[in-house]
Design a protein around this ligand. Structure first.
Ligand code: OAD
Length: 245
C-alpha cells in the first residue's frame, strides 16, 4: 500500500492522535459487522427487535441470548493485526485516544490501555434499577441474571437504539476529536450518531483525517487520506512506515 510521505511525517511528529473504530476493525477477527455483509449480526433479526429497551421489555431472554451469542463469538475470537497496530500506536504517541463503537473488548485484549467505549461492552451487565454494573463473563442460565444488590433484572451494559451514550465517554470522545492533530476513522460505515460526527468535528478543528475502510463512506470526499484497505493490512503497514526501527 502506498502511504504518502506527508502523512508518515505528520504522524511521526504528532503529539496528539485520536482513533475512532467500528465493527470493521474486528472483521478480520471473524466477528460479523452490522451492515456490510450478508452474514451480518442482524441476519436473523432486525436490530430494533434486539438492541432496544422495548425489545428487552418484550423479551429479555431473547435479548440476553443474542448478546450471549455475540459474547461467545468474541470469546472464541482473537485480536487481529489492526488491534495490535493500534496498541502499538498508543505506546508510540504521547497523547493517543482510542474511541470505539465496538462492544467486543478486542482492543483491550490486544493491549490498548486507554479505550473509550462509546457503546458499552458485552463484558458488563447493568442493573435495570440502580445502574450499577457487573462483569458479565459467563453465559446466562435458566434464570436471567439479577442484581446482587437489589435483586432487579440485569441488562447488557450496551447502548441500545434510542438511548443516550454514556456521558463521560461521549465527552472524552468529543474532546479527543477537538484536540487531536490527526484523527483516524477505521472500520465504520459512519451511519450512527453521535460517533459519525466525530471525524467532521476533527476536520472542523483543522485535524488531518485518515479513513481506513475497504468500501467508500461519505467521509472519503473530505480527506485525501482515505485508504480502501482492510484495517488489518493497512494499519500494520502504516506503523512500520512511521516507526521503522
Ligand atoms: P457497520 O457494520 O455499520 O460498518 C462496518 C464498516 O466496516 C463497513 O463500512 C465496512 O466497509 C467496514 N469494514 C469491513 N471489513 C473491514 C476491514 N477488514 N477493515 C476495515 N473496515 C472494514 O459497523 P459500525 O460502523 O461499527 O451501534 O456500526 C456503528 C454502530 O451501528 C454499532 O456500534 C452499533 C450499530 O447500531 C449500537 O449498537 C449502538
Amino acid at each position: 500500500m502506498n502511504i504518502p510521505q506527508p502523512l508518515i511525517e505528520k504522524l511521526r511528529s504528532a503529539r496528539s492522535v485520536a482513533v475512532l473504530t467500528g465493527a470493521g476493525v474486528s472483521a478480520e477477527s471473524g466477528i460479523p459487522t452490522f451492515r456490510d455483509s450478508q452474514n451480518s449480526l442482524w441476519a436473523k433479526y432486525r436490530p430494533e427487535e434486539l438492541a432496544s429497551p422495548a425489545a428487552f421489555q418484550r423479551d429479555p431472554r431473547l435479548v440476553w441470548e443474542w448478546y450471549d451469542w455475540r459474547l461467545q463469538l468474541v470469546n472464541q475470537a482473537s485480536p487481529n493485526p489492526a488491534h495490535a497496530a493500534l496498541a502499538e500506536m498508543e505506546a508510540r504517541i504521547p497523547d493517543f485516544r482510542l474511541i470505539t463503537q465496538n462492544v467486543d473488548g478486542l482492543h483491550q485484549r490486544a493491549g490498548s490501555q486507554n479505550v473509550v467505549e462509546l457503546h458499552g461492552s458485552l463484558r458488563r451487565a447493568r442493573c435495570t434499577q440502580e445502574q450499577c454494573t457487573f462483569e458479565h463473563s459467563s453465559l446466562i442460565e435458566d434464570q436471567l441474571p439479577t442484581c446482587s444488590n437489589c435483586g432487579a433484572l440485569l441488562r447488557p451494559d450496551v447502548v441500545w437504539f434510542g438511548e443516550t451514550l454514556p456521558a463521560a465517554a461521549l465527552a472524552a470522545a468529543v474532546e479527543a476529536a477537538h484536540s487531536c492533530e490527526v484523527f483516524f476513522s477505521v472500520g465504520t460505515s459512519g451511519m450512527v450518531e453521535p460517533a459519525a460526527s466525530l471525524p467532521y468535528e476533527a476536520l472542523r478543528r483543522g485535524a488531518v483525517v485518515v479513513e481506513v475502510n475497504p468500501l467508500p463512506t461519505p467521509l472519503a470526499v473530505y480527506t485525501p487520506y482515505s485508504f480502501a484497505a482492510p484495517a488489518g493490512v493497512f494499519l500494520p503497514e502504516l506503523v512500520r512506515a512511521v516507526w521503522p526501527d
